[in-house]
Design a protein around this ligand. Structure first.
Ligand code: RAM
Length: 880
């Protein structure tokens, strides 16, 4: 049997955006040979013939050129050792692959320009927000309408569409696809993704209508730390081509352009930050259907502005991935407070009974309440209202969910309606990535820690990888730089991160600078150039390095060579930038939010301490690290000269670092845990000093009462460094520590996601406006998989594995798996009176080794069980 056929990682690939798709499958047997065949109808385009080998992952197409906007099938045969073959087939289609395929005009509705608000970091800190009311600053969502005629019903209809803004499209009233917030967030000036929707069953013979609602979204709405608006432009526009094919082979393309008409409708405004205001009374009845009289609507401006930034969307779109029922409802004077039991990114859907026309229902959102259960907002700042308003049309019942916004919340406060628990659900929005991991143990708190990382991943993998889904919602490079390894265990993230990397490359400066977040708007670039202090940081150590470390992670975890090819030039550019004075002497965030650096003075001043103290060191250390990674990437790609050049540069930078910053006793010149961790993790300490340096680190940890003092950049390596330098016990103590700062402190204090700061909640209160949904410190989730369950990819894409569970970690049992590109790798271990048992399951074709009990044993595909004798066990208690 062959299962799980995938094109470009996806089971349901839709319209792919490449001429060279990669095919993967999972055989139930040990494969000895395969054959692949790709066809378009009866035309065969590629037949590999029988190829000897076990590879089943990401096999590149090498047949006759694929055409745009076409449907294909592929068949795979796989032979087992006995010579028996099985086969399976699967379909995919192509998007518009050629620049010349994009022909339609952009259409721009007549609209009031949105208020251009350019706030600075200082405005944000001092709360110097906008004074004019929301409805004067925000503007209505535009409705667009295009009628067209078809002589007969088509056999195939594909709608390609995108927007400067966010949009939803309908064909004759039927929603195109099930995705939300399309086209998603991109570095729009350089690349704007085009969606593809199969609308075959929605269009028909005679008059048809294409309807589109167009909101400000990331293009013109409020985003970023300051909540400034119109960062790419102050007018929204849309673009589409509907490609139809008839039974006799004729085709027709309906394009956006003159002839499209627009009007405002029920959405008074819709903004990602501020929220949505929907007046159901203003919905023009039947506007999405033929026969609606749009003579009062205005013609749009059609421009053939540059189309060169249009590219097919790749990967999985944003969808409603879950719904959560309200777990409690508390009626108070100021409204009903609803608890969904979980911090999420998404929005609230309401069912309203017996509404009066004009009845106004308001929904506010927050991640935390005050200790007495009263309303409190943990995120404040310019345009961070997160408030939705529904004005009822009036009737027996109405159901409403916002369309063009999302919020970060656990609680909602609702006014203006009588509601029961069953009338309220929270809709979870995220990029619809397939879950791939599981991790459960005998300790409920550890399980919750893992779940918190998964929820923060879900809440922040929304179109792009963000820092947090409620405050700036920016594609911070440092955050994903540290979290990417953990992300690969929990979900199939390869196309999602590859698409974001394309944006990051587009945002790279000619001098090689990789920005601190991407997409980066023209406004961001301008404002950083004018700012001072932290606001002036543009290219930071440990942030820009994402351009190398994220592809490297994808290579290690998925065996994805293409992502290395796509990024190698950008990596070389960044490496070159890292040897300039602008980089080395520039502003950096350093080991951001390291606890002891935040202990003095007001917070907005304290956050400058880590940058000042550790910025330079981090700059030098990450330079070496990225030279190492670049060298390894170049070697994988067969660029031997570059590999040698980078290795050479790394070696001399390493020596220079040791000479300048490490004394003969193995001490660093900045006495912070994080600096020791990075120096050891990046192999910057001369071999003869390594153990002493590690001992100093241990001393620093003891000084803090066996608690961590690591910031964003060093925390991913802290436990590994301790484990690898003979301090496993201390690593475990930190992992299970429950005094703040620690991971289990968060769990013990009610966290349902990973917090931005270790002390985000103290005594039930948020001492500062920090995010409760920030995955960066959740990078420890990868340690749980690698060190506690012991699942490690030994060769790229888990081609071979090393299973090294920590039976001494103090837990009674652990069950974990990762659905790798080669199938499920599962580990389950359990301690008992008579020793321990370890059960490992490897998919066909995968082998490896098991390290337990001080010995290494070979592992083969299938399920193997090992009994470990009791005498090697040392009991350790978990927790405080
Ligand atoms: C914060 C972000 C992010 C971090 C930067 C430096 O505002 O939330 O997590 O990368 O600052």
């Amino acid at each position: 049997m062959i299962r799980d056929l995938r094109v470009e990682y996806l089971r349901a690939p839709g319209a792919i955006g490449t001429r060279v798709p990669r095919f993967s499958w999972l055989p139930d047997h040990e494969q000895t040979a395969y054959r692949l065949r790709v066809a378009r109808g009866d035309d065969e385009l590629w037949d590999t013939g029988r190829v000897t080998g076990s590879n089943t992952v990401l096999i590149e197409y090498a047949g006759a050129p694929l055409e745009s906007d076409a449907d294909y099938t592929w068949t795979v045969w796989s032979w087992d050792a006995a010579g028996a073959a099985s086969s399976a087939s699967h379909a995919f289609s192509t998007a518009l692959l050629e620049a010349g395929d994009y022909r339609a005009d952009w259409v721009t509705p007549v609209q009031r320009p949105t208020a251009v608000e350019e706030w600075t970091l200082l405005d944000w800190i001092t709360g110097n927000g906008p004074k004019t009311p929301i409805d004067e600053r925000l503007r209505p969502v535009q409705l667009l309408r295009q009628e067209f005629s078809l002589r007969e019903a088509p056999v195939r209809a594909r709608l390609y569409a995108t927007a400067r803004g966010v949009y939803t499209a309908w064909a004759n009233g039927t929603r195109a696809g099930d995705e939300h917030l399309s086209p998603g967030f991109d570095a729009y000036a350089h690349r704007t993704c085009v969606q593809s929707f199969d609308v075959t069953t929605a269009v028909t013979a005679g008059v048809n209508v294409l309807g589109l609602a167009l909101a400000d979204g990331w293009w013109a709405g409020r985003i970023g730390i300051t909540g400034s608006s119109a960062q790419w432009g102050d007018a929204t526009s849309a673009w589409w081509q509907l490609h139809v094919a008839f039974a006799d082979g004729r085709t027709q393309v309906i394009t956006s352009g003159a002839g499209v008409r627009s009007s405002t409708g029920p959405w008074r405004h819709a903004d990602l930050f501020v929220g949505e205001h929907y007046d159901a009374r203003a919905e023009p009845e039947g506007w999405r259907l033929p026969g609606y009289d749009d003579t009062e609507w205005k013609p749009v401006a059609a421009t053939d502005a540059d189309l060169s930034m249009l590219v097919p969307f790749t990967g999985a779109p944003v969808r409603r991935v879950d719904t959560l029922h309200a777990v409690s409802l508390d009626s108070r004077k100021d409204g009903v407070i609803v608890d969904f039991g979980q911090v999420i990114a998404g929005r609230v859907r309401l069912r309203l009974r017996d509404t009066a026309p004009g009845q106004t229902v308001t929904i506010e959102h927050t991640e935390l309440l005050a200790p007495d259960g009263s309303w409190f907002q943990n995120i404040t700042g310019i345009n961070k209202e997160q408030t939705d308003v529904y004005v009822a049309a009036g009737g027996e019942w109405e159901e409403w969910e916002p369309e063009f916004t999302f919020h970060g919340f656990r609680y909602a406060r609702i006014t203006g309606a009588q509601l029961g628990l069953d009338d309220i659900v929270a809709v979870v929005l995220a990029s619809d990535l397939e879950p791939t991991g599981a991790f459960t143990t005998s300790d409920a708190r550890v399980n919750r820690l893992h779940e918190n990382a998964v929820w923060s991943q879900r809440g922040n993998f929304l179109s792009i990888p963000t820092d947090c889904p409620q405050r700036e919602r920016a594609g911070w490079t440092g955050d994903i730089q540290v979290f990417a390894p953990a992300a690969t265990n929990n979900a199939q993230v390869a196309p999602f991160l590859a698409r974001w990397l394309a944006n990051l490359r587009a945002d790279q400066t000619p001098a090689g600078g990789i920005p601190i977040f991407s997409p980066r708007s023209p406004y961001d670039v301008r404002s950083a150039a004018q700012a001072t202090g932290i606001g002036a940081v543009q290219f930071a150590a440990g942030w820009g390095d994402a351009i190398a470390s994220v592809p490297w992670t994808l290579w290690q975890r998925y065996g994805d060579r293409r992502v290395l090819e796509e990024n190698i030039d950008a990596i070389c550019g960044w490496v070159a930038y890292q040897s300039t004075d602008a980089y080395l002497d520039g502003h950096h965030f350093g080991d951001w939010l390291a606890p002891s650096t935040l202990e003095q003075g007001p917070h907005h001043e304290a956050i400058g301490v880590a940058p000042a103290l550790t910025g330079r060191l981090c700059a030098e250390m990450f330079r070496v690290r990225t030279l190492d990674v670049a060298s390894r990437i170049a070697a994988v790609l067969g660029r031997d000269a570059s590999a040698a050049e980078f290795a050479q540069a790394a070696a001399s930078a390493r020596h220079a670092f040791a000479d300048a910053h490490i004394d003969p006793e193995g001490r660093l010149d900045v006495s912070l845990q994080g600096m020791y961790v990075l120096a050891l993790a990046f192999d910057l300490v001369p071999e003869q000093l390594r153990q002493r340096t590690a001992d100093h680190l241990v001393g620093l940890v003891h000084e803090r009462g066996d608690r961590l003092d690591t910031g964003f950049l060093s925390v991913p390596y802290l436990l590994d460094v301790l484990w690898d330098t003979g301090h496993a016990d201390l690593a475990r103590r930190l992992l299970w520590q429950s005094e703040m700062p620690s991971w289990l402190y968060q769990v013990d204090h009610g966290a349902t996601t990973i917090w931005e700061a270790w002390d985000a909640v103290v005594d039930g209160r948020a001492p500062r406006a920090v995010s409760l949904n920030h995955y960066a410190f959740g990078c420890v989730d990868d340690v749980l998989f690698r060190r506690i369950a012991g699942i490690r990819s030994a060769e790229p894409g888990y081609a071979t594995v090393e299973i090294a569970p920590d039976l001494d970690c103090g837990l009674a049992h652990v069950d974990a798996h990762v659905d790798t590109v080669r199938g499920r790798v599962a580990v389950s271990w359990k301690k008992g009176e008579h020793g321990a048992t370890v059960t490992v399951t490897l998919p066909p074709g995968v082998r490896g080794s098991l390290r337990v009990d001080g010995s290494v044993r070979p592992l083969s595909a299938g399920t193997s069980r090992y009994d470990v004798a009791p005498d090697i066990q040392r009991e350790k208690a978990v927790g405080s």
